[in-house]
Design a protein around this ligand. Structure first.
Ligand SMILES: [Zn+2]
Length: 458
């Protein structure tokens, strides 16, 4: 979370006006480039640093210079000269030289991402001691990172640029010290999602994903048809339930209208989640509850009663939908808090503890499937939900449950502190999906993990 990919900082810095677009807090375009090996001849650029620092040139193997190793070679030479003396049984030419230097058991300096107390513990030369158990690193403002690392700007160090260890799986990180392979494919301290369903050894998720026959999320017919605001019908379908909420009745679901392409996309992702997770031994297996969308005329829900319930610019013209989280515990997946959300006895309107009623795996699966549509603008979740779901996404991608954009450059947004993007409050009991109209010009920052809840970030 405290990472900001350098490239992004630069990109956003030169972005057009768009005042309130904050530099993304998190991983965003994580896959952009950091893992690329440094440009050719990198080794030549490496600064004077402890030998063997770059990991790649590990050949010399630090402590092995001792040249006099060949102890036996000269030992038995010219014995005959003093032939007068009886043939002594030659007192075993002990390999004296070896025992002499007695290799002091110096702890080998460790590589990128290893625990450390001081800089001297790290072959990379720097110990980031603000991270749990220390973290061997290397400054990279002017020098490429060693192989297996990527350069990041660290907020905790006022943006100083340091190498972090790259990874593809949690197991490559110091999980016992609280590190995960986070959404940036970097070993970093973070929350870990619960173990996958069916997690008996060797069989997470109960096996590979099943074949699923799903409704098409693609809308044919251009903006005139796909952008048409339609009722979300039927109320109950494969994997979802558009139940009456916020003053709706079964006969009057006046807050449940959305763009045709968004309706199709949500039906697709809900059906996909139901099918792909059917064999999981966890969760309530209930359909996903759908909340506020727009009114029939494209107005903000509540407008009919003179009381619009969402900020201006959201839930307009069917672009946005509030949707429940999949849950563990309750029997239904209705819009409700999935975490404690009080602070000092007061309502905090956001998760103040780890979400303990969240079905992380199904929620991640649903969010990942939404990414199959190129029209997806952003999905916002609570600041405590985001890191868990992002971490689960990585695993689902690795296991073949997800592919495409969700596995490359996802559009999940959250705020761990209020930076004014609109995600920090009120997303502890639902997620917010937003799509773009077709053929719409898209300024930077409007789409993806750095986006705000409103298109213009107001
Ligand atoms: Zn919303």
């Amino acid at each position: 979370m405290r990472l900001t990919l350098l490239l992004l900082v630069t990109l956003f810095a030169c972005a057009p006006e768009e005042p309130p677009i904050q530099v993304p807090l998190s991983r965003d375009a994580a896959v952009l480039a950091p893992v690329l090996p440094p440009p050719g001849g990198s080794d030549a650029l490496l600064p004077p640093k402890p030998p063997g620092a770059s990991g790649a040139d590990a050949a010399p193997d630090g402590p092995a210079p001792d040249p006099g190793g060949g102890g036996d070679v000269g030992s038995g030479s010219e014995p005959d000269l003093d032939s007068a003396t009886p043939p002594e049984p030659e007192p075993e030419p002990e390999p004296e030289p070896e025992s002499e230097p007695e290799p002091e058991p110096q702890p080998e300096p460790e590589g990128l991402g290893a625990p450390c107390v001081g800089d001297g513990d790290c072959v990379t030369g720097v110990c980031l001691d603000h991270l749990p158990g220390g973290y061997c690193s290397q400054a990279c403002a002017e020098v490429p990172c060693p192989e297996g690392g990527a350069c990041w700007s660290l907020r905790a160090l006022d943006g100083a640029e340091h190498c972090l260890r790259s990874c593809g799986d949690h197991g490559e990180c110091r999980v016992d010290d609280g590190y995960v392979c986070d959404g940036d494919a970097t070993c970093y301290p973070g929350p870990r999602p619960p173990d996958p369903p069916n997690s008996e050894p060797g069989a997470p998720f109960g096996g590979p994903p099943p074949e699923c026959d799903l409704p098409d999320f693609r809308c044919e017919g251009g903006e005139a048809r796909c952008g048409e605001v339609v009722a979300f019908l039927p109320e109950e379908g494969d994997g979802y339930w558009n139940y009456p909420e916020n003053g709706e009745t079964p006969e009057d679901q006046y807050r449940s209208f959305a763009r045709r392409d968004l309706v199709q996309l949500v039906k697709y992702a809900a059906a996909g989640t139901r099918c792909l997770s059917a064999g999981w031994d966890r969760g309530n297996h209930a359909p996903l509850g759908l909340g506020d969308m727009s009114e029939a005329n494209g107005g903000i829900p509540g407008s009919r009663e003179g009381d619009p319930d969402h900020p201006g610019g959201t839930h307009v013209d069917g672009h946005d939908m509030d949707i429940a989280y999949y849950q563990i515990g309750p029997e239904q997946n209705l819009l409700r808090a999935v975490c404690d959300h009080a602070s000092g006895g007061e309502e905090a309107y956001h998760c103040t503890a780890v979400p303990d009623r969240l079905d992380v795996w199904r929620t991640a699966l649903f969010l990942g499937l939404l990414h199959h549509s190129p029209r997806l603008r952003v999905v916002g979740v609570d600041g405590r939900v985001g890191p868990l779901v992002e971490s689960a996404l990585r695993t689902l991608c690795a296991r073949g449950f997800l592919d495409g954009a969700a596995c490359e450059e996802h559009a999940l947004a959250w705020e761990e502190e209020d930076t004014g993007r609109g995600w920090f409050y009120h997303h502890h009991h639902h997620l917010h999906v937003s799509v773009l109209g077709q053929g719409r010009a898209v300024p930077p920052g409007v789409v993806g993990a750095g986006a705000c809840i409103t298109v213009d970030c107001r």
